[in-house]
Design a protein around this ligand. Structure first.
Ligand code: ADP
Ligand code: TRP
Length: 320
């Protein structure tokens, strides 16, 4: 089974990304042949600063490697290192109905946020379809927000296969439904666009300061507290063992337990989990060439598959 997913290098990765996408994706490398790429062509639709895009792309590569991506097992690459994807995007765009793209929520949401409506932003799902179909992926693990894009991909693959010789495997989305939304320090969904994130590899002092700023209610110290409505507890339980979780919940309910103490426990749990990864990341960051080599080697492996599919698609459509 081939599993494929991508992540945009559009900012510093945070705990929402880690528990919502990275951790499940890294678990999948145990279950099949995994392809994972850094979607820098997609990021061009929102990141306008070239130096920033380059830096973000390198950072995402480091983050994944530090968090346990095994480049022997997983085909790990940069989207732009496989130029076949842009050609397939064009081929697919000629069979993509405008209405299909006009209905995409993600496009409408981005317009509502004030992102200028470029052709790239509009046809973003066609590039994503090319990403998926090029590698004949069986399964595409994505967050709920990306489900519609996988449905567009399926529609395009079915249409192509009916209209021309069948070339594409029809992929299935694997929606990470059971992954709860990770709250940010203000209690809304953690997202870089809300400025409420806890970065995976930020400066530990800054991380601690942000954790100490997590919004809570104003229940007095001595009164019992409800762990299930508390943002600190929602984050703490992501790190804790079941026994630690129970213990913390009991302390909330018993009273005489302040939110400040819970915040310190959260920082300690965060630091225990990420300090070793941070150290690994620092080591990796010293060796840019090694990271570059991993990405290029991944792209070479990916291109073997990409070329086969592209040749078949061109041929099916009457190009050569
Ligand atoms: P952001 O909201 O910070 O811009 P992205 O939209 O780039 O994050 O998300 C990248 C991946 O991380 C997606 O698969 C998304 O579902 C997941 N993700 C992002 N934020 C969260 C969160 N707060 N909780 C769970 N998953 C998240
Ligand atoms: N659009 C996805 C996101 O923002 C990233 C992405 C690009 C992707 N191409 C993909 C995900 C192909 C899965 C498969 O999260």
């Amino acid at each position: 089974m081939r599993i494929l997913s991508g992540i945009q290098p559009s900012g510093k990765l945070h705990l929402g990304n880690y528990f919502g996408m990275m951790k499940p994706a890294l678990c999948l490398q145990e279950q099949g042949e995994a392809f994972l790429f850094i979607a820098n062509y997609h990021a061009l639709t929102t990141v306008a600063d070239p130096a920033q895009l380059l830096a973000n792309t390198f950072d995402v590569a480091l983050d994944f490697l530090a968090c346990g991506l095994d480049p022997q097992r997983t085909v790990f690459f940069r989207q732009s290192d496989v130029p076949e994807v842009t050609e397939l995007t064009w081929l697919l765009s000629t069979i993509t109905p405008m209405g299909l793209l006009e209905r995409c929520h993600s496009y409408k949401d981005k317009l509502a946020k004030g992102i200028p409506a470029s052709n790239g932003l509009f046809s973003y799902p066609v590039l994503m379809a090319a990403d998926i179909l090029l590698y004949q992926a069986d399964l595409v693990p994505v967050g709920r927000d990306q489900k519609q894009h996988v449905e567009v991909t399926r529609d395009l693959a079915i249409k192509f296969n009916n209209q021309f010789d069948p070339v594409f495997k029809i992929p299935a989305p694997s929606i990470l439904e059971d992954v709860a939304v990770v709250p940010g320090i203000d209690g809304q969904k953690m997202s870089k666009s809300y400025g409420n994130t806890i970065e995976l590899f930020g400066d530990p002092k800054e991380t601690k300061a942000r954790i100490m700023r997590i919004v809570t209610d104003s229940t007095p110290l001595e009164e019992p507290k409800n762990p299930d409505t508390c943002n600190i507890f929602a984050l703490y339980k992501l790190f804790a063992t079941p026994a630690e979780r129970e213990d913390m919940a009991a302390r909330y309910r018993a009273g005489n337990f302040g939110y400040g103490t819970a915040k310190k426990a959260l920082f300690e749990a965060f630091d225990a989990a990420f300090a070793p990864l941070r150290q690994r990341r620092e080591e990796l960051a010293k060796n840019r060439d090694y990271i570059e080599q991993i990405l290029r080697c991944g792209a070479e492996r990916a291109r073997v598959e990409a070329r086969k599919t592209l040749i078949a698609a061109r041929h099916a459509m009457g190009i050569e």
